[in-house]
Design a protein around this ligand. Structure first.
Ligand code: NAD
Length: 461
């Protein structure tokens, strides 16, 4: 019987996932721990570190009752019957596998801490997205203590999407739990099934062997990203041929074998997962000598990079082949709407491209703070920070960002951009007033009537 659950990692996955689990399992105590004190402080305040619709309400309801946040990793490990590892697994930036393999140092550290501090038997759950067969390494570390404590390792990958995390957690398409198929493994799977079954029908909780579960997460993300790259590839062809990517997407999406979801063309996918998980898959394929398979999946990332560069190049070529000294307004910096997450956002890369061409960029995003934007640019290491700060500014609202701009680029599909006073924006811009819709959210006809020179991605003339 599970009485206490600990989650290591209070990020975009650990926080919302445990908050919903706590809400639905009032008899279980949930303790979320993180090494980042500021993040924990924010989880305990009214300004959560993560923006997600509906998250605050869930946290408020459970916090202090059966949901607790702290930096006491040791204490939380000791008290738990079940421990979720939900730490970050970024792409490795050094050594073997640099730029491709997942960096598992944070996961390994968690396993070592669990091994060191545990005094009673525990179920350890991989919530982070991990390369297939990571559970083997975790088991090895856990077994090495000689303390007599028994561990079961489960894989329970998270399929939530940022921006809709609470809905996804409340009503998931499925929950996936992988574990050893012997008696102890199946018993551990059963314990976790019970936690989810508090609100999710049993038939939606899939159980598999541990390697299938680990690989399913990477595969799901690869398929999703592949669909985006596929429609983005077609968007380039639409522009060249006079077709309209939205019409093509609708026409193919009505085929029940293809389906309508994830066929929205854009300036390119971002987020912390798609690129890193595909690169990880590519690395795994290469490791197992499957070079053709590796090249196949690599193209999804190549196409995504192409789409971002293509958009930036379109802005430069349309503005008479130079943006030097010109003001370009970016509406949106987050990688998608309804999140403050900017990791791998297309806006970062397009901004970098335009800054190389000496543009001045004024950004407005409803959720992204200034220091986050500068950190994103700093990570690219393209130019000194003072140059980024001189050329790139964050504005209080869209009107300020667009004032005296030569061009506007829609980088994130925030709903509020659809209802801006576009006549007012046009009146305050330099002419000709160019508008580049990288998210296909605006009506090009209406904007054209106001006087804008509109480029909508994937719409051929
Ligand atoms: N973000 C998503 O939409 C999403 C969706 C599904 C799966 N995932 C996967 O979930 C995992 C976590 O992603 P995230 O977006 O929540 O990451 P995140 O960076 O938002 O959060 C990870 C947290 O772990 C903490 N941490 C790292 N090492 C620690 C340690 N040793 N002890 C305590 N805390 C530690 C960090 O301080 C950070 O706050 C990744 O593997 C990711 O691929 C993410």
């Amino acid at each position: 019987m599970i009485k206490t659950i600990t989650c290591i990692g209070a990020g975009y996955v650990g926080g919302p996932t445990m908050a919903v689990m706590a809400l639905k399992n009032p008899d279980i105590k949930f303790h979320i721990v993180d090494i980042n004190q500021a993040r924990i402080d924010a989880w305990m305040s009214d300004e959560l570190p993560i923006y997600e619709p509906g998250l605050y309400e869930v946290v408020k309801e459970a916090r202090g009752k059966n949901l607790f946040f702290s930096t006491d990793v040791k204490g939380a490990i000791k008290e738990a019957d079940m421990i979720f590892i939900s730490v970050n697994t970024p792409t490795k930036k050094y050594g073997i596998g640099k730029g491709r393999a997942a960096d598992l140092k944070y996961v390994e550290l968690c396993a070592r801490q669990i091994a060191e501090y545990s005094e009673n038997d525990k179920i350890v759950v991989e919530k982070s997205t991990l390369p297939v067969r990571t559970a083997q390494s975790i088991k090895k570390i856990l077994k090495s203590t000689g303390s007599g404590v028994k561990f079961q390792v489960l894989s329970n990958p998270e399929f939530l999407a940022e921006g809709t995390a609470i809905d996804d957690l409340m009503k998931p398409d499925r929950v996936l739990i992988g574990g050893d198929q012997d008696e102890a493994g199946l018993a551990a799977i059963d314990q976790l099934v019970k936690v989810y079954n508090a609100w999710i029908p049993r038939e939606r909780i899939l159980t598999t062997n541990i390697w299938s579960s680990e690989l399913s997460k990477l595969t799901a993300n690869a398929f999703l990203a592949q669909r985006i790259s596929s429609i983005n590839a077609i968007s380039a062809l639409c522009e060249a041929t006079g077709a309209d990517v939205e019409e093509v997407a609708h026409a193919i999406g009505t085929d029940s074998r293809i389906g309508p979801k994830f066929l929205k063309s854009s300036v390119g996918f971002g987020g912390s997962c798609f690129q890193k998980d595909i690169l990880n898959l590519v690395y795994l394929c290469e490791f197992f000598g499957l070079h053709e398979v590796a090249r196949y999946w690599e193209q999804v990332v190549v196409m995504n990079d192409y789409q971002k560069t293509r958009f930036g190049s379109k802005i430069i070529s349309t503005l008479f082949n130079t943006v030097s000294g010109k003001k370009i307004a970016f509406l949106g910096w987050a990688f998608k709407k309804d999140t403050n997450d900017t990791r791998e956002s297309a806006a970062i890369y397009v901004a970098d491209q335009l800054l190389q061409d000496e543009a001045n960029i004024a950004v407005y995003d409803p959720q992204v703070p200034e220091d986050r934007m500068y950190m994103d640019m700093e990570e690219l290491e393209t130019r000194p920070m003072d140059v980024n700060k001189k050329r790139l500014t964050l504005c209080e609202d869209a009107y300020e960002a667009c004032k005296d701009a030569h061009a506007i680029a829609i980088m994130t599909e925030w709903d509020e951009f659809k209802t801006l006073d576009w006549q007012r924006i046009f009146d305050n811009m330099k002419k000709p007033a160019f508008l580049f819709d990288g998210r296909l959210i605006l009506d090009p006809k209406k904007l054209g009537e106001i006087g804008f020179e509109v480029y909508t991605l994937g719409k051929g003339k």
